[in-house]
Design a protein around this ligand. Structure first.
Ligand SMILES: *Cc1c(COP(=O)(O)O)cnc(C)c1O
Length: 396
C-alpha cells in the first residue's frame, strides 16, 4: 500500500487545477502583455485568477501579486516593510522563533544591515500570544511578521488578535499563511492582515507559483527588475497556466473548506489517538489550535531519519518535520523552540494528511508505526540503557 502523508511538504494537484492549466499550455499560450487577441485572452485568464484569489482571501484584486511561490512572497513582504521602515527611521521587527526559513533567513539578512529583530519565544505547545506581540512592539517597530500556522507542529497562531494589536499600534502586519490558506478560514480584512504569503502547491495547486497579498497603501519593493508586470512590482512574464491552476485549486479548497476540515480532522484525531498509546512518546503542538491535517510526534530512543526510511519500505511517505535539505544533522529549530532537548528533537515524525487521505490508509499507518518504532528501539543501545535503568527516560 502506498500512503502519502507528507502534505505539508507538498500536495498532489487536484484534477480541477490540472484542467485549469492545460488550455494555457496547449492553446492560449500567448504572452499576457501582447496586444494580439491570444495575448489578450491570456491576460483575461490572469485577471480572472486574480479575482478568484482576492475573493477567497477577502481582498481586492488590486491587492494580489503573483509570485514564484511562498518563499518569494515572504522575502518581498519583509524587505518591502523594512524599506518602508527605514525611510521613517524605524528599524525594529517582531517575529517568532519558529518561522519558516524563508522568513528567518530574510530577517538575518536585515540584521546584518542594522535592523534589530525580536524573536518571540514559543510556548511548550507551540503557542504564541497576542500579548507577547503587544509587549514586544516599540516606537521603532516597522513590522510584525508571524506565521499563521506552523509547518512542522501544526499549531495555529491567534492571527485575528495579533492583527488587532498591530492595527491599534499602527505597525504593519505580515503573516506567512502558506500552511493555512485552503486548510482553515483566512480573511485578510476581518483579521487585520496587511500582507500575506501563500503558495499554490500546499493546497493541491502547482509548485512554483504563489501570491503576495499587500493591502492598498503598502509600498512593495520589487525583488526582480524588468518589465512592468504585476503593476511594476514583480517583473517577468506571468506563469499564466500556473496562476490559473492556483486559482482553481484555491477556489476548490475554499468551497469545500468546512467539509474537508471535518473529514481531515477526524482522520487526524484517529491517528493521534492511536499513536498516543506508544510509550515514551509525545504529541507536539497544540491539541486544539492545530491544523486539521497535522500529526507530529517525538518518540524517545529512535532517530527520525531511520524511522522515515523504514516507513518508506512500508510504502508510507512521511517527514521528520524539519526541512534539513542541507543534510545537516542539526535538530529542528522548531522543536528546540518548544523546549525539547536535542535527543528528543531527533526522534520526530510528521504525518500530514489531505482531503485525499483515506480511512484505510490511516488504519494501515496505525499498524505500521508501532511495529517500526519497536523494531528501531530493539536495535538502539540508548534504548537498552534506558530500559535497564542506566539512563533516565525523558518522556512518559
Ligand atoms: C512551504 C512553505 C513555504 C515556502 O513556500 P514555497 O512555495 O515552497 O516557496 C513558506 N512558508 C511555509 C510556512 C511553508 O510551509
Amino acid at each position: 500500500m502506498q500512503v502519502y502523508l507528507d502534505n505539508a511538504a507538498t500536495t498532489k494537484m487536484s484534477r480541477a487545477a490540472i484542467d485549469a492549466m492545460l488550455p494555457y499550455l496547449e492553446e492560449t499560450y500567448g504572452n499576457p502583455s501582447a496586444l494580439h487577441s491570444m495575448g489578450q485572452r491570456a491576460k483575461e485568464a490572469l485577471e480572472a485568477a486574480r479575482q478568484v484569489v482576492a475573493r477567497c482571501l477577502g481582498a481586492h484584486p488590486d491587492e494580489i501579486y503573483f509570485t514564484s511561490g511562498g518563499s518569494e512572497a515572504d522575502n518581498q513582504a519583509i524587505l518591502s516593510a523594512a524599506a518602508m521602515g527605514e525611510r521613517k527611521g524605524k528599524k525594529h521587527i517582531v517575529t517568532t522563533a519558529f518561522e519558516h526559513h524563508a522568513v528567518l533567513h530574510t530577517l538575518a539578512k536585515l540584521e546584518k544591515q542594522g535592523f534589530t529583530v525580536t524573536y518571540l519565544s514559543v510556548g511548550g505547545k507551540g503557542n504564541i500570544s497576542a500579548r507577547q506581540v503587544a509587549d514586544a512592539i516599540t516606537e521603532d517597530t516597522c513590522l510584525v511578521t508571524t506565521m499563521f500556522a506552523n509547518n512542522e507542529i501544526g499549531s495555529i497562531l491567534p492571527i485575528s488578535e495579533i492583527g488587532a494589536v498591530c492595527r491599534e499600534r499602527k505597525v504593519l502586519f505580515h503573516t506567512d499563511a502558506v500552511q493555512a490558506v485552503g486548510h482553515v478560514p483566512v480573511n485578510v480584512a476581518e483579521m487585520n492582515i496587511d500582507m500575506l504569503s501563500l503558495s499554490g502547491h500546499k493546497f493541491h495547486g502547482p509548485k512554483g507559483v504563489g501570491v503576495l497579498y499587500a493591502r492598498k497603501g503598502v509600498a512593495l519593493t520589487s525583488l526582480i527588475e524588468g518589465g512592468a508586470q504585476e503593476r511594476s512590482r514583480r517583473a517577468g512574464t506571468e506563469n499564466v497556466a500556473g496562476i490559473s491552476a492556483l486559482a482553481a485549486a484555491l477556489s476548490g479548497a475554499t468551497a469545500r473548506l468546512d467539509e474537508n476540515m471535518e473529514k481531515v480532522k477526524r482522520l487526524r484525531d484517529k491517528l493521534i489517538c492511536g499513536l498516543s498509546s506508544i510509550p515514551h512518546s509525545v504529541l507536539n503542538g497544540d491539541r486544539v489550535s492545530r491544523l486539521p491535517g497535522n500529526v507530529h510526534f517525538c518518540f524517545e530512543g529512535i532517530e527520525g531519519e531511520s524511522l522515515l526510511l523504514l516507513l518508506d519500505e512500508y510504502g508510507i511517505e512521511a517527514s521528520s518535520g524539519s526541512a534539513c535539505t542541507s543534510g545537516s544533522l542539526d535538530p529542528s529549530h522548531v522543536l528546540l523552540a518548544i523546549g525539547h532537548p536535542h535527543e528528543i528533537a531527533h526522534g520526530s515524525l510528521r504525518l500530514t494528511l489531505s482531503e485525499y487521505t483515506t480511512e484505510e490508509e490511516i488504519d494501515y499507518t496505525l499498524k505500521a508505526i508501532p511495529e517500526v518504532v519497536a523494531r528501531l528501539r530493539a536495535l538502539s543501545p540508548i534504548w537498552r540503557d534506558k530500559t535497564e535503568g542506566k539512563k533516565p527516560f525523558l518522556l512518559k
